[in-house]
Design a protein around this ligand. Sequence first.
Ligand code: ADP
Ligand code: MG
Length: 729
Amino acid sequence: MSILRLNAVERASNRKAVEAVVPAQKVSEYFGENVFGHKAMKKYLAKETFNILTQAIDTGKPIGREMAYHIAAGIKMWALEKGVTHYTHWFQPLTDGTAEKHDAFIELDGQSGVIEEFSGKLLVQQEPDASSFPSGGLRNTFEARGYSAWDPSSPAFIVDDTLCIPTVFIAYTGEALDYKTPLIRSVEALGKAAKDVCGYFSDDVKKVTCFLGWEQEYFLVDEDLYAARPDLSLTERTLLGHESAKNQQLDDHYFGAIPSRVQEFMKDLEVECYKLGIPVKTRHNEVAPNQFELAPIFEECNLANDHNQLLLSVMKRVSRRHNFRVLLHEKPFMGVNGSGKHCNWSMGTDTGINLFSPGKDREDNLRFITFMVNTLMAVHKFNALLKASIASASNACRLGANEAPPAIISSFLGKEISEVLDRFENSSTEDAIKVDDKKRLALGFGRIPELLLDNTDRNRTSPFAFTGNRFEFRALGSSANCGSAMLALNSAVAYQLKQFKKDVDALCASGKSKEAAIFEILKAYIKESKPIRFDGNGYSDEWKEEAARRGLDCENSVPLQYDAYLTPEVVEMFDKTNVLNIKELKARNEVKWEMYIKKVQIEARVLGDLSLNHIIPVVIRYQSVLLETIAKLKETFEGEEYEELSAEPRRLTRKIARHICAVTKMVDEMIEARKEANRIPDSRLRAIAYHDAVVPYLDKIRKHIDDLELMVDNQMWPLPKYRELLFIR
Ligand code: ADP
Ligand code: MG
């Protein structure tokens, strides 16, 4: 067997579990110990400073320079006591992952020594030399400065010896160059619009918060096997590899015990998360072998997203201690399930109400239906945008590909809610607003049944499902920044809620009662948004046809999906909600197209190299073995006997030779297609060319090589096979 593969497989299968380091204390005792949260703030800040900072966190009010200096002093004291030596502004550029540049605390003291220094200025704002982060042309050379600015609503934290300050990353001229900036803007827009609509139902609501609870799926693979697969190391997915005879058919991984190596990794990961204040709650095996999931308790949207981003980097670090590599790619292995990131999304008031929970009385339920229906309207109107918000080269391997759910956004409500909306739509307004019992929503069917709270009515195939007291946006890819999807959803719903308020107020102005106006508008909305509602099997072929008939966006090409960001309706929506202006939208799309191109380009190069340098030479070697055999048979046997005995090796040689020809020819063509695409100056058109002319080769070449994998002597095959990669003992 190829030495590399042999060694890797042997090491991986002999690997013992590395025991996790679990503190002796209870979780509640060390939770958040590496976070400058409430407890640390109380200890290290003066009372007045503490009050101003907590207020700023609650209300989003800006913090003055002077105050920032006091806060920085407190943070520094806390960090130094914890042995921290460096600090960094931590931000989320438009590439995958997070960025940081570490600086030591030290400054020269003028007496040939140094002192630890961390001023308010360094806390509040920095100019990282970040000119190589993609900006879609927002920073050309004369204004090349981008700066990072402190986000006080997300607490500073310590990783290793470094103090990390969560920041936004913006151009000198104020445009967002990251995910966090527009996410915060969208959270504000949604909070404001929702609060205004809440005003129809109660005067008490002063603030609406948007919540996010993500569920993170991922794969683990032994690090030696990972290192022996250049495709995994360079692209995070296998570009080659025949399906294993056994993979997920038996569902035995989903229901099985967590392997002990993995269990120890999870324990370590959880301890790290707790120290960083990430409230992780559930862990389990997922459907595919080697696939797992982790989910926290939900939090405020911006903080929850920071925690997800932080988790991804913690995971990568902790996995190394256990001789694993974590794969965040959406489709690392063909033939088994891909990985997503479900985003559970809801809104809550400062009076303790979840706006997606039906209540006990009339007002509560009308409010519930209001938010439900407006969300459906937003998802309907902006379904192409929501899809664009989750689209990426890697997620496209999971959505809309041959063994995956289609790339179509629809919403599952379940039987009860669907019936409620149907009856609402068909009731006459007079009947509906007739109050026979003050405590009942007189919709002709009494109050919305309590059983609605029972969320056993689940549909796992829906990309946007109502799950009892929240919506679950399931189309996100596992490697995504949730910010992309959340900012689109928040803005769309904020915009829709503003529209709703306008519509209702207009009817009221024409003499209708508030309640009658709300009913009338909601009824119209229910009708209008109906095409987005789909409770059936979202993975079926019939649905694809039905969705097209309903006018939902069915575009499968990622570069074209991004066009949804620049339609007049979407531009207006982002503009009116103050989340992104046209300049930002255009620049961000440039970045998206460029990212798409680069991802495909790397995959195409890696596949070309693998084919020509790893696979074909081995196949040719095996072919010569066969040819030798045939020659020897000819020496030994004659006539009909030779014909008969050499038939199989000859047939095999012929097949192999044809595959070799096909692979080398297609690799050449793929290189040509890339060259041609690279000559296109416009990035959108170049991305389209990559999608149309390069991507198809990835599948076609793979198919030949996967066939060859089954023909060539197992001993000779150079790359660890699926059956070796996919089962951790
Ligand atoms: P399932 O796999 O059945 O969807 P999980 O327990 O794995 O459920 O995940 C549920 C996720 O939903 C968790 O992250 C949880 O915090 C989150 N969640 C629960 N209630 C809400 C809510 N009201 N708003 C936002 N997220 C929520
Ligand atoms: Mg789930």
